[in-house]
Ligand binder design. Structure first.
Ligand code: SF4
Length: 331
């Protein structure tokens, strides 16, 4: 089980940090990939009208890279009202101290404002409940494996704690305790040398044109000590192109290093070559994306198909939960 917030088109950081692993998981596991639009509202509630468009964009990106709706269940969170109901039931058994100490929440609060007090003033009831909603996302499908980076294991603690608490309160072993599936998530730098992110304006999007990609890569920060083309470069000091080469052209690294350090290739030419490599890599993704974008009905059908599959499972989970809790459906 994994999800992404629909906040805009995806970039290379999303691909190498998550999607590349999802492609593997859909072959091995009964996978659920959710476009978590309610989560987008926890911080971007004022931009709610932009969410439907972002959902389409993210679905296009997923399908274009090879997420296969025949193999994985691809759905939109808000199409599954049972997740909201489960979230409500979980909120009744979640001590508020658990929510307040949750590291995910602390990270999100930091993004709201630079001043800590100001940031906490912006925390809504919905944002505070973010980890409970995340738990409902996972447990609605009795998710047993959740892909996370090694530094994010604490994010899953919360879901495990709620699963354990539910089982203990109601004397059951109904919910599995979701386990982390550790994934390699290389920290991809944006062209300015900071972490790649849409909000930093330094990202290379999967759907960028080859021309835009070249333009962006040409701005990438290289070895700041290399002033003239005739100066030997240092790959160890090259901030953006070299790390990207390490991801994209593992078999030609020696050649790139040798040409850099012997000053036989200047940084501009080196970056043009790198842009070509990235554009070659993304060409089939972009072609597939353009094909899908030209047929919005097909994308809509894929989402509806996944929604129906996901809803069936979540409905079953909710009805079993209600039975365990001894609740009667009155309507
Ligand atoms: Fe980086 Fe290439 Fe310049 Fe060397 S030649 S510093 S690898 S951009």
């Amino acid at each position: 089980m994994s999800g992404m917030r629909p906040t805009g088109r995806l970039h290379l950081g999303h691909y190498f940090g998550a999607l590349i692993n999802w492609l593997e998981f859909q072959e091995k596991y009964d996978s659920y990939f959710s476009i978590v639009d309610w989560h987008a509202l926890t911080t971007k509630y004022q931009a709610s009208r932009e969410v439907p468009n972002h959902i389409t964009e993210i679905a296009l990106d997923w399908l274009a890279v090879g997420i296969n709706p025949e193999k994985a269940t691809v759905f939109v969170q808000s199409a599954i009202p049972e997740i909201a109901e489960l979230h409500l039931l979980f909120s009744m058994i979640t001590p508020h101290s658990w929510v307040e100490r949750e590291p995910t929440l602390k990270d999100m609060v930091k993004m709201l404002a630079s001043n800590e007090q100001e940031a906490w003033d912006k925390v809504t009831y919905g944002l505070l409940g973010y980890p409970v909603l995340m738990t409902a996302d996972i447990l609605a499908f009795k998710g047993s494996l959740v892909p996370v980076g090694k530094d994010q294991e604490s994010h899953l603690e919360f879901a495990r704690d709620i699963a354990r608490r539910f089982n203990s309160i109601y004397g059951t072993d109904y919910f599995p305790e979701p386990k982390p599936k550790f994934t390699e998530t290389p920290l991809l730098k944006g062209v300015d040398g900071q972490k790649m992110g849409k909000s930093y304006g330094n990202d290379i999007k999967l759907a960028d044109s080859p021309e835009d990609t070249l333009k962006k890569i040409k701005q990438a920060v290289t070895d700041r000590t290399r002033i003239a083309k005739s100066d030997p470069g240092h790959t160890a000091l090259c901030e953006v192109p070299w790390p990207l080469y390490q991801i994209f052209v593992k078999d030609k690294l020696e050649q790139v290093k040798q040409e850099c350090e012997s000053a036989t290739v200047g940084c501009v030419d080196c970056k043009v070559r790198l842009a070509g490599v990235i554009n070659d890599f993304l060409a089939p993704v972009r072609a597939r994306r353009a094909e899908l974008a030209a047929d919005p009905k097909q994308v809509r059908e894929v989402i509806e198909f996944g929604n129906a599959k996901a809803r069936k499972v979540a409905r079953q989970t909710l009805s079993e939960v209600q039975a365990i809790m001894g609740m009667v459906r009155w309507g």
